[in-house]
Write a protein that binds this ligand. Structure first.
Ligand code: NAP
Length: 269
């Protein structure tokens, strides 16, 4: 990793698992001062005890709660003096058809994936403007293409990208860089943690995590994109193909998405 991140203050929401955890670890190795949050005290404690506290600040905060975000960002600024880079990574998915799901499932996913990014960005904004820093969102291929059984997830990622694109233009003359990254399938806890129709963790997946890109590799790509101030980053060949097909051959994409996500009429989870 280059010297770009050395002594920079980087906030990564949801840094206790998967892509967020790999981002935190890579950033610490690169000499950054890192702040991260999550909802699970034990997972936060484990990551905090592995690294010297002068460079890592962890805090219990649920990004769907505006006050938690305010406190998390305020304490981070107090500890490290400001924020250079915010990576809105915390996210959750769902596995339920609209006909079965409580609307609360879609609301919850939106509150975490979309409003969580809005709250953290809003509270960090003055500091990021002061430092001419970067605001990044971890979106998804689902932010370009609606996916069955994951309708709230797709909606939240479409919203995230539209919102980031809007504020990118608002911030054009401020020196702040705004970007979003769209991973394809990455091995992580996201499928197991997905909410089912009753707002409970799904706890299982039929997908083969072993065949997916690792969270560590994904984090490396994300950090290189942040360093190069890319506008967007799309990851995995399948992810790229999906976006391409959806843009130029949307009806074909509809058929392929159906084929992939329904087996014998049953939703693939
Ligand atoms: N893995 C993929 O295939 C994939 C593909 C495209 C995009 N993404 C995106 O990548 C991001 C990271 O996902 P991942 O795959 O690394 O998932 P993961 O392994 O499930 O990790 C998610 C992280 O977010 C935290 N989190 C979830 N809800 C939170 C909340 N309300 N407040 C604070 N933290 C919260 C989790 O900690 P707690 O549960 O302890 O709160 C955990 O640290 C997400 O935005 C996801 O949509 C993932």
């Amino acid at each position: 990793m280059s010297a770009y991140f050395k002594n920079k203050v980087v906030v990564v929401t949801g840094g206790t698992d998967g892509i967020g955890k790999a981002l935190v670890e890579n950033l610490l190795q690169a000499g950054a001062k890192v702040a991260t949050c999550g909802r699970d005290h034990d997972k936060l404690y484990r990551i905090q005890s592995s690294y010297p506290s002068a460079f890592l600040h962890t805090m219990l905060a649920d990004v769907s709660n505006e006050n938690d975000c305010r406190r998390f960002i305020e304490v981070t600024i107090k500890m490290f003096g400001g924020i250079d880079i915010l990576i809105n990574n915390a996210g959750i998915s769902m596995r339920a058809l609209l006909k079965d799901a409580s609307p609360d499932v879609i609301k919850k996913v939106m509150e975490i994936n979309f409003f969580g990014a809005v709250y953290c960005t809003k509270f960090a904004l003055d500091s990021i403007i002061e430092r001419k820093g970067t605001i990044a969102g971890v979106s998804s291929i689902a932010g370009y293409r609606g996916l069955p059984g994951r309708s709230g997830y797709s909606a939240s990622k479409f919203a995230l990208q539209g919102w980031l694109e809007s504020i990118k233009i608002e911030l054009k003359d401020s020196g702040v860089h705004v970007m979003w990254v769209c991973p394809g399938f990455i091995a992580s806890n996201i499928r197991k943690a997905s909410l089912n129709k009753d707002l409970k963790s799904h706890g299982d997946t039929t997908m083969d995590e072993g065949k997916m890109m690792s969270a560590e590799e994904c984090a490396g790509h994300i950090l290189r994109a942040v360093e190069k101030k890319k506008r967007t980053l799309v990851l995995t060949a399948t992810g790229f193909q999906t976006i391409f097909l959806n843009k130029f051959f949307p009806k074909l994409a509809d058929r392929l998405v159906y084929k992939f996500y329904f087996k014998n009429g049953e939703l693939v989870k």
